[in-house]
Design a protein around this ligand. Structure first.
Ligand SMILES: Nc1nc2c(c(=O)[nH]1)N[C@H]1C(S)=C(S)[C@@H](COP(=O)(O)OP(=O)(O)OC[C@H]3O[C@@H](n4cnc5c(N)ncnc54)[C@H](O)[C@@H]3O)O[C@H]1N2
Ligand code: MOO
Length: 396
């Protein structure tokens, strides 16, 4: 076991590599969920002018001191009217929500408090509000609205568009290739009637995790355990991708070619981590491309993807890697068994706000993953955890 790297050291290596890629310009329409490479600076103020908050009439305070007051309507101001007529004594301007307030007006009286007869207006009541939004009250031209590093959520996009920017400078999405290796693997739907085969069940989950972390899939292959084919597809992936994820063949079997397929220039950054499940996970680099090798057992693959792939893609996409490894703690709702020599990521679910381990902790399980809300981190050689003990966990 001495050759196995401790989990924290492996996570540290991932963190040190997970720097944002370069910037590219995208239209606002394509910018959702991207990360800003440059700050968004407002090109215009909002509102651009003093503007009405209500539909009604712009008036002068001195004309509505004694109510009811009779005024003459001299013009109109709609949202988009560049310059409404200025207001004189005894005058009112018909005005709508968002429209510029005429020079000389002190307040907008809502139309529910007025009656109209041709050009004559009677103001019955004013109410306390002036219903005028000041120019630049939301933001001024030149204000920094969103700093570099901001994730462009739906809400952030409103500010970016309101700043009058057609294009945003965002971190390039990491290009990821997924290579699933194993003679036995066939696409889901083709295993029935094909003895010796099993459905390839990991890549759909990896693609989902990569997409959620901000990456895009540029290549996705099912590959036989044939070095010629593996080598050729590996070369293609290395050319296209920032990160190649290869599943299976990580262990010591006769057909475990996952590292060899990347050629003799593969530099290993780590090889095998002291965790259960997922011990055979490895990270390498060939020229500028990172390569993450995940074990073929589906639960092992998903656990190591959560620990290493999600922070890596998140970081390359410009998101905080810390957010991807947000360990928290909660109380055990049932006993967790004693831990062996490898640090263990126990799959657990929530029951009444407490952590309960899944009945099966088999690293080959596919079905049980469905119920694994969290990974509970248990140190090597830890004794049994009792109900009520505090445990560290990561959302899975
Ligand atoms: N002598 C040893 N044997 C094994 C060791 C070891 O240290 N010494 N490690 C074990 C551990 S731990 C794990 S985890 C597995 C991982 O092995 P590999 O990464 O080499 O995975 P494969 O042998 O290719 O496959 C294992 C298992 O998973 C199935 N598989 C593979 N890919 C997929 C996929 N995309 N979808 C669904 N199922 C997949 C495959 O058919 C095998 O059943 O090694 C232990 N052995
Ligand atoms: O590490 Mo393996 O994932 O224990 O079965």
């Amino acid at each position: 076991m001495t050759d196995l790297l401790p989990l924290d050291e492996a996570l540290g290596i991932v963190q040190s590599l997970a720097h944002p890629l370069g910037a590219e310009a995208v239209s606002i329409a394509e910018a959702h969920d991207r990360t800003l490479a440059c700050a968004v600076i407002a090109g215009i103020a909002s509102p651009r002018n003093d503007s009405s908050a209500m539909d009604g009439y712009a008036v002068q305070d001195s004309d509505v001191e004694n109510l009811p007051a009779s005024l003459r309507v001299t013009g109109e101001s709609f949202a988009g009217t560049p310059q409404p007529p200025a207001l004189g004594t005894g005058e009112a301007v018909r005005i709508f929500t968002g429209a510029p307030v005429p020079a000389g007006a002190d307040r907008v009286v809502i139309q529910e408090n007025c009656s109209r007869d041709g050009v004559m207006l009677t103001v019955h009541e004013c109410g306390p509000g002036r219903h005028i939004r000041q120019a630049g009250g939301d933001f001024k031209a030149g204000d920094e609205l969103l700093p570099a590093g901001t994730r462009l959520t739906a809400r952030a996009l409103v500010a970016a568009a309101g700043a009058d920017l057609a294009q945003l400078s965002v971190v390039r999405r990491p290009r990821v290739a997924i290579l699933s290796t194993g003679d036995e693997l066939v696409p889901p739907g083709e295993a029935q009637g094909n003895p010796g085969t099993i459905p390839e069940s990991i890549s759909p989950a990896l693609a989902a995790m990569i997409g959620e972390a901000g990456g895009e899939i540029v290549q996705r292959d099912h590959l036989p355990d044939d070095m010629a084919v593996l080598g050729q597809r590996a070369q293609q992936a290395l050319h296209k991708a920032d990160l190649v994820v290869v599943t299976g063949g990580a262990s010591v079997g006769e057909r475990d070619f996952a590292k060899a397929m990347f050629g003799s220039d593969l530099a290993l950054l780590f090889n095998k981590v002291a965790i259960k499940p997922g011990k055979p996970v490895w990270l390498g680099r060939r020229n500028g491309t990172l390569i993450l090798g995940l074990p073929g057992n589906p639960t092992s693959a998903l656990v190591t993807a959560r620990l290493f792939l999600v922070p890596l893609v998140s970081g390359l996409a410009g998101r905080a890697t810390g957010g991807a490894l947000d360990w928290r703690d909660a109380l055990a709702g049932a006993a967790f068994p004693p831990v062996g020599s490898r640090e263990t990521l126990a799959r657990a679910r929530w029951v009444d706000g407490r952590l309960v381990p899944l009945g099966s902790q088999d690293s080959s399980s596919q079905f049980m993953l469905m119920f694994a809300d969290v990974l509970v981190r248990r140190r090597a050689d830890a004794p049994e955890a009792r109900p009520g003990d505090r445990l560290g966990y990561l959302d899975f």
